[in-house]
Design a protein around this ligand. Structure first.
Ligand code: G3H
Length: 496
């Protein structure tokens, strides 16, 4: 149970504590932030509303702890990460329970998120040992006009304090995807979890606490974005921000100043279906890609662009699968569960009503109860409809019929987003040409978009983000290059 057993010390009455200086604490603000269960629409948990003064203290501790951590041998950093990963996986049940209650993640997917997170932490420890244990050695005589009088040694050193801001849809996995690379690279880490998902994140942080990381190295501050959001992202002690979420990331980028940023801000992933595609495979991937976690994934299939000649057949196949999706509470691991909030459900409904008014074909009747929206496929969507461009982050999927591949590529590239996309065809040559033409960070051939496996590079173009994630890229991004140049009094050549 959440807040019980080994997690009892993170709870004070009915409010979860925040984590600073190696301890679980109550905020001096005396205020808390309610977390509403998307299914019941009632307050389920409460977390501390931390103050700006508390953020200042966390940053001071993070700066001090980082100095010592950078001097901790790499193998020891890796050892602690492996320990945290094991504790996390051992205690997957209460953490998964939080994900079910806070963000209505289907129970089976919630468990998967925690296990995947433990695996990511371990992989990161191993990868860090490999890539941070190596540097470069350069000699000067490769550049015109130079003799071999200078030897340059480069290594990767930590940035300092990394601020991690994960989104509600993966509050554990997208937190550890920032925490683990930051720590293995010798940084300290301040986590600001999303409000919905904060309790799962606090439990995850407790696993790192139990692993024995030094005091102040990891902190987790909860509270209202309006009070501590800008204060955190503009804090002078922060040396790097890794953010996943919506377009708040664009305003963070503008305010953050001269520090490295890693941003992943959503997508409108297109699924281009050619005439020779295996339509059963496409339909299965549209269901998985468009409707898993009720479409609340940045990498969800968010628009299907299908060649007119196979559109009727594909729509029929998808419709047949949509009726089989189970709809209901996350506790029962239903395929479609309530979306995260009432405002999110209202936004989705707005897109649906706009499409209705403009003449889209409804393959199912639109149905909503509270935050629960039944899966909906909209056929014959046209570019003048909002749903053709905006991301619903819900179980509603538009189908646009195209007359040529070029039309599909044009629609994909006209989007402000450029996260992922996919193309279905049996012709690998065509697939490669289309992949090259699509302005997205990743193109999947014959599969739905997805971030994982978590060591793959993951990046968005345009408004979908900056920087590249994935284990290796994140570790590299959270370091800077340091050179030491040995200057010799006279040229020195190997063997002679
Ligand atoms: O929501 C954004 C995530 O990065 C998507 O991850 O492809 O594993 O669902 P996923």
């Amino acid at each position: 149970m959440a807040g019980n057993g080994i997690f009892a010390e993170i709870l004070d009455g009915d409010v979860f504590k925040y984590y600073a200086d190696g301890e679980w604490k109550k905020s001096n603000s005396g205020k808390s932030v309610p977390i509403v269960n998307p299914t019941t629409r009632r307050t389920h948990y409460k977390v501390q509303a931390c103050s700006q003064e508390e953020v200042n203290k966390v940053m001071e501790a993070a700066k001090a702890a980082q100095k010592l951590w950078a001097k901790t041998p790499l193998w020891k950093r890796a050892e602690l990460l492996h320990k945290a990963a094991a504790i996390l996986k051992e205690h997957k049940a209460p953490i998964a329970e939080c994900l079910v209650k806070e963000i209505a993640k289907p129970a089976k997917d919630a468990v998967t998120e925690v296990i995947r997170s433990g695996d990511l932490v371990s992989y990161c420890a191993e990868e860090g040992v490999r890539i941070l244990g190596e540097g470069k050695f350069l000699v000067s005589d490769s550049f015109p006009g130079n003799e071999r009088t200078k030897y340059c040694l480069t290594s990767k050193i930590p940035l300092g304090v990394v601020l991690a801001i994960p989104p509600f849809n993966y509050p554990v996995n997208l937190a550890v995807s920032k925490i683990a690379p930051a720590l293995i690279a010798g940084n300290s880490l301040v986590l600001k979890p999303p409000t919905q998902g904060a309790v799962a994140a606090l439990h995850m942080v407790h696993c790192f606490h139990l692993a024995g990381f030094p005091k102040g190295l990891i902190s987790c501050v909860t509270g209202k974005g309006s009070e501590i959001g800008d204060f955190l992202t503009m804090h002078p002690a922060v040396n790097c921000i890794s953010f996943t979420g919506g377009d708040t990331g664009i305003s963070i980028s503008k305010k953050a100043g001269m520090i490295p940023l890693q941003m992943e801000l959503g997508g409108k992933d297109a699924c281009i279906v050619l005439e020779d595609a295996d339509l059963d495979l496409v339909a299965a991937n549209i269901i998985k890609g468009g409707f898993s976690y009720s479409g609340q994934r940045c990498t969800a299939v968010k628009v299907v662009l299908v060649m007119e000649s196979v559109a009727d057949s594909l729509v029929e196949k998808v419709k047949a699968k949509v009726v089989k999706l189970t709809v209901g509470p996350p506790e029962e691991s239903c395929d479609i569960t309530p979306v995260v909030s009432e405002s999110s459900a209202n936004f989705i409904e707005g897109l649906v009503m706009d499409a209705k008014q403009k003449g889209a074909t409804f393959c199912q009747e639109y149905r909503r109860e509270g935050n629960l929206i039944w899966p909906l496929l909209l056929d014959n969507v046209r570019p003048d409809m909002r749903i053709a461009w905006e991301e619903p982050f819900g179980p509603v999927l538009p189908v646009i019929r195209i007359g040529s591949v070029e039309e599909g590529i044009h629609h994909c590239n006209a989007s402000n987003f450029g996260l992922q996309g996919c193309v279905f065809t049996k012709d690998i040559n065509k697939a490669m040409l289309i992949s090259d033409a699509m302005e997205t960070g990743t193109v999947q051939i014959n599969s739905a978009p997805a971030r994982g496996p978590d060591h793959f590079p993951f990046q968005g173009f345009k408004d979908s983000g900056i920087g590249s994630q994935g284990v290796t890229n994140s570790i590299n991004m959270m370091t800077k290059v340091k050179s030491t140049v040995i200057n010799l009094p006279s040229p020195s050549y190997t063997m002679g």
